[in-house]
Ligand binder design. Structure first.
Ligand SMILES: O=C(O)C(=O)C[C@H](O)[C@H](O)COP(=O)(O)O
Length: 210
């Protein structure tokens, strides 16, 4: 069953942002994350292996695999063809937003200003990434944006850690956060990834009432 964007954001308090260089790492990483309680996985299209990584991870039971760093409609098509079930972008452009809406796939475009969010709302979007979260002013900035734009819901990403995530997740306009800390760089250590995922899955709340 296809999920809508709110449902993707409610799967867990943290969406791990993954930069995977080797296809053979895909299954152990995805299995460890799902086992640890993080089913929504954002595979960034930053490596040549990314589309094959999405194909592999999509085979893992319980995983809801999405594509990140999607910059244009061509990459959206390629990600969907590989099996991505949601799309994350660092920014909001009209061509990409219109293509995602037409494809009826959950879409989280990066926003950092009121104008970004308002352009998204004009297109019919209600859920956004806040990116890059910490360097765009952090939680005080998002609080200030969410006051007038009170219908918008966010997945802050960029510079967030296990330590800072709970403060973000405590806000009613934050449904989940994204972060790369759950899968440390270097050789894949499934036990460590599972432990970090378990810790992340227990952070804050992802109450569907938000
Ligand atoms: O390229 C994209 O579409 C992205 O999603 C960018 C990522 O969100 C950040 O690079 C993650 O930031 P860190 O958790 O600080 O490593």
């Amino acid at each position: 069953m296809p999920l809508d964007v709110a449902q993707v954001m409610e799967l867990a308090p943290v969406i791990p942002v993954l930069v995977v260089e080797r296809v053979e790492d895909a299954l152990p990483i995805a299995q460890a994350l799902v086992k640890g309680g993080l089913p929504a996985l954002e595979v960034t299209l930053r490596t040549p292996a990314a589309l094959d990584v999405i194909r592999e991870m999509a085979k893992v039971e319980g995983a809801v695999v999405g594509a990140g760093t999607v910059l244009n409609p061509q990459q959206l098509d390629a990600a969907m063809e590989a099996g991505a079930r949601f799309i994350v972008s660092p920014g909001l452009t009209e061509p990409l937003a219109r293509a995602a809406i037409a494809a009826n796939i959950p879409f989280l475009p990066g926003t950092a200003t009121a104008g970004d969010i308002m352009r998204g709302m004009d297109l019919g979007l209600t859920h956004f990434k806040f990116f890059p979260a910490e360097t765009s002013g952090g939680l005080p900035a998002l609080k200030a944006l969410a006051a007038p734009l009170h219908e918008a819901r966010f997945c802050p990403t960029g510079g967030i850690t296990a330590q800072s995530a709970p403060q973000w997740l405590a806000e009613p306009f934050v449904k989940c956060v994204g972060g790369s800390w759950v899968v440390p760089k270097g050789p894949v250590d499934p036990a460590r990834i599972e432990a970090l995922a378990r810790e992340a899955a227990s952070l804050g709340s992802n109450a569907s009432s938000k």
